[in-house]
Write a protein that binds this ligand. Structure first.
Ligand SMILES: [Zn+2]
Ligand SMILES: [Zn+2]
Ligand SMILES: [Zn+2]
Length: 570
């Protein structure tokens, strides 16, 4: 790694500051770091060094010798390197960066190619990769082509080890143009393509390498890896199987084949579980597959399982990553659109599904999703409008239509929200039992769906069950003890204004909810009396009004009004 000191022409006293103490070369230009103790290293050298010093074996050995684990240290001065901001790219030190770039060097290929080039370190890469040098000109003799190519490949390998994959690709490309018939040049470039996430280019290079040398084992293994990254697991398995007959007894091929078979089994089981209504099992399988590859097919499997489990946020993150990497992935648009619709963002959701259909008008999954979500969204809008105009009968019918059209998973924000809205419509139609069924289903769908709890407790009050109504809100309050609205409403419900004042219930529930509250103040009582009588019939509205003053305010309100109410009821 780094640039060999033997090819450096600048005076050593200047260069020594830029010598990596780990590989004893001039630091890798463009991939150098400096430490907070002002020492300079190749990025890869220091990363390896840090990894070695946190190796559990070495730490265990240090512990045996009675030494304390001290974390990574600077190889030059032994200063600690653990913690934020201790190591930064050399580019963040512009002066040092400029000085390094101006170090005079000669062509690293001068031995093998008798190239006479001399220049700045910052120019070496351009010199090595430009189309002229080493391939044409006065120093070039065709008889040297093979030697040149080999030297270029070695430079490419050095860049590859230093994790400078783009430069490695350029150098391998040049080696290929110097000597086009060598399988390993294509094979090495394929490895570099894979590292920069260019799986298609990797596969093309692997195929060329195999064509040139049918016994090139690495070519088969890399081709399989590239095909997996391209989400074509079947093709990967197929190509490895044929490779295993062509090159029998090769351990690398057998191992890769084994790995691909495991992956393929995970995906098949995931798909089966997903269509068989076992999303948890499907997610387990896809998560196991995700440990083997991050390819789009596996990520989308995860997303679909998450959607089926009602975890739309997780699916949103996954699909966003896939779309970023593959802007033409129709299934990713379908999954993201689905997740958005289930989060009740129909505008954005339909936009994604439409984009999927634009990319592939014949995509069956997208087309069916589009039809379902369009009907579900329209019915939901109709239901909301009807509820707004107090036509609760029409609203309940529209909500049912929306639920039927969407075929949404049981656990999803959409299912919970529409069920809760239908419950509210049924409550207004005085169909209390039906409302309670919908509430229970909405809560089973999303256990923290607040409106369902409110509707449930109101329905229970109407059915003459104040204690159960208060209990229903208690569940909500346990989930979020800081929720002022719930506190207020549950406090009010405990007084059961809808029914003869139940003194026992008041004592019981007010002890539960209000034990820690301060005593009401006189001013609150008088101020609240005026507006409360009408609002008492709508405890949620009252809670909203007095919510700003907190529960003590509600207590004051109730204490101020309750005696009169009590008198009226007696
Ligand atoms: Zn180094
Ligand atoms: Zn140091
Ligand atoms: Zn040269």
């Amino acid at each position: 790694m780094g640039f060999p000191l033997s090819d450096v022409l600048t005076d050593e006293s200047i260069v020594s500051e830029f010598t990596c103490k780990i590989c004893c070369n001039l630091v890798e230009y463009g991939h150098a770091v400096h430490t907070s103790c002002s020492h300079v290293f190749c990025e890869k050298c220091l990363a390896d060094w840090v990894a070695r010093s946190s190796d559990p074996d070495i730490l265990a050995e240090a512990a045996l010798n009675g030494e304390q684990a001290r974390g990574p240290r600077c190889p030059t001065c032994n200063a600690g390197l653990a913690g934020e901001g201790k190591v930064a790219p050399l580019q963040t030190q512009p002066l040092a960066w400029r000085l390094l770039g101006r170090v005079q060097v000669r062509c690293p290929l001068h031995d093998s190619t008798s190239c006479g080039w001399r220049g700045d370190l910052s120019e070496v890469s351009a010199h090595l990769t430009n189309s002229e040098s080493h391939l044409k000109g006065q120093d070039y003799a065709p008889s040297n082509a093979q030697e040149n190519a080999e030297a270029l490949k070695n430079q490419g390998n050095a860049k590859f080890t230093a994790h400078a994959y783009r430069e490695a690709i350029q150098l391998y490309s040049k080696a290929i143009s110097a000597a086009p018939g060598v399988a390993s040049y294509y094979g090495n470039r394929a490895a570099a393509w894979l590292m920069v996430g260019a799986a298609k280019e990797c596969a093309t290079d692997c195929r060329r390498a195999i064509q040139l040398d049918s016994g090139y084992v690495k070519g088969y293994v890399r081709l399989a890896k590239a095909l997996i990254e391209l989400s074509d697991v079947d093709a990967a398995e197929e190509s490895l199987r044929s490779a295993s007959t062509r090159c029998p007894g090769k351990k690398e091929i057998e191992e890769e084949l084994q790995r691909v078979r495991v992956l393929s089994a995970h995906l098949a089981e995931g798909e089966r579980a997903l269509s068989g209504g076992e999303p948890a099992r499907a997610l387990e399988m896809y998560a196991a597959a995700l440990k083997m590859t991050q390819c789009a097919a596996v990520q989308l499997g995860c997303a679909r399982a998450e959607i089926a489990l009602g975890r739309c946020d997780g699916a949103m993150r996954t699909t966003a990553a896939v779309i970023r990497a593959e802007p033409g992935n129709v299934r990713a648009y379908a999954a993201r659109g689905h997740a958005l619709c289930l989060k009740l963002d129909f505008d954005q959701g339909m936009k994604h599904v439409r984009e999927g259909l634009r990319l592939d008008p014949d995509h069956a999954e997208c087309a069916s999703l589009f039809r379902r979500m369009k009907r579900a969204g329209a019915a939901l809008d109709r239901g909301r409008t009807a509820a707004g105009t107090r036509d609760f009968e029409a609203a309940a019918i529209a909500f049912t239509e929306s639920l039927d059209a969407a075929q949404a998973p049981t656990h999803s924000p959409f299912t919970a929200a529409v069920l809760a809205q239908r419950a509210n419509a049924r409550l207004r139609l005085k169909e209390y039992d039906a409302a309670l069924v919908d509430c229970a289903a909405a809560i089973a769908s999303q256990e923290d769906h607040k409106p369902a709890y409110f509707t449930q407790s109101t329905a229970l009050l109407h059915l003459g069950k104040p204690q159960e109504a208060a209990d229903s809100l208690k569940v909500l309050l346990e989930m979020d003890p800081g929720d002022e609205t719930v506190r207020c409403v549950s406090f009010l419900f405990s007084f059961s204004f809808y029914h003869p004042l139940n003194i026992r219930a008041i004592r019981l529930t007010s002890r539960v909810f209000c034990s820690s509250q301060a005593a009401p103040r006189e001013g609150d009582v008088r101020g609240s009396k005026v507006k409360t009588s009408g609002l008492l019939r709508h405890p949620r509205h009252l809670a909203r009004r007095v919510g700003a003053r907190g529960e003590a305010g509600v207590q004051a309100t109730v204490h101020g009004v309750a005696p009169r109410q009590a008198r009226q009821l007696e």
